[in-house]
Ligand binder design. Structure first.
Ligand SMILES: [Cu+2]
Length: 234
């Protein structure tokens, strides 16, 4: 049984996992200390024959202590997560030379639009795939998320990406895969009865395989005969 995250194939995955680990172990340590103290006090100060209870009226030094220590604990968590979050999620820090794709979520499927031969989205030669995301390895990809009906959540666990797609909004996310292979695409927001069906695959190819795949798809989309060499490793 695997208790942790799935395999990481994202350039920023290690930073996320490190922040997660630091927060997990810090809170686990606090949990053990607090519960240990509780059990100790339950046993040490239990009712005994002939021992009288003594009322107490607060302790300023203790109260300052248990306010200041958690304050620094919470600041530690805020700092650890915010620095990673800003690096990954800020639109102005996303790579500028990224490949642009468009993702539309609807009840109950993902549709990914690719720019076609001209490299531009929203032109006549665009083509789309359903419940499949195809990307090249070692290349920054920027996806603009749209939703047609309700809120969905674009979830790529191995690529450490989870971002809501919200009707009326265009939300950018980026990623860069570090290994070829087939990974999971899912919806992480309960979006209706068919929510469980919003599962697909992320296919990470070598650049050469991706170019071949893209040329083939573009040819099919434009209705031209596919006079291309077969893809060896698919
Ligand atoms: Cu959904």
């Amino acid at each position: 049984m695997d208790w942790g995250f799935p395999e990481n194939v994202s350039t920023f995955g290690a930073d996320i996992d490190a922040a997660y680990g630091a927060i997990f172990y810090a809170t686990a340590l606090m949990f053990v200390i607090v519960q240990g103290l509780l059990v100790y006090c339950i046993i040490r100060f239990r009712r005994r024959e002939g021992r009288k209870a003594v009322p107490i009226h607060g302790n300023t030094r203790l109260e300052i202590l248990w306010t200041v220590v958690p304050f620094f604990g919470v600041m530690f968590i805020a700092y650890t997560s915010a620095s990673v979050w800003l690096d990954i999620k800020s639109p102005d820090r996303m790579p500028e030379d990224a490949m642009e794709l468009s993702v539309t979520a609807q009840q109950f499927e993902w549709s990914v639009t690719y720019p076609g031969a001209d490299g531009q989205l929203a032109t006549a030669d665009d083509y789309s795939t359903r419940n499949e995301l195809h990307i090249p390895v070692d290349r920054a990809v920027r996806l603009t998320l749209h939703a047609q009906d309700v809120i969905h959540s674009f979830y790529l666990p191995e690529l450490r990406v989870k971002q809501d797609a919200v009707p009326g909004m265009e939300i950018p996310v980026w990623l860069q895969a570090t290994a070829t292979g087939e990974y999971t695409l899912g919806c992480a927001e309960l979006c209706g009865l068919g929510h469980y069906r919003m599962r697909g695959t992320v296919n990470v190819y070598s650049q050469q395989e991706f170019d071949t795949w893209a040329a083939e798809e573009a040819a099919i989309a434009s209705g031209a005969p596919a006079s291309l060499p077969p893809v060896a490793a698919r």
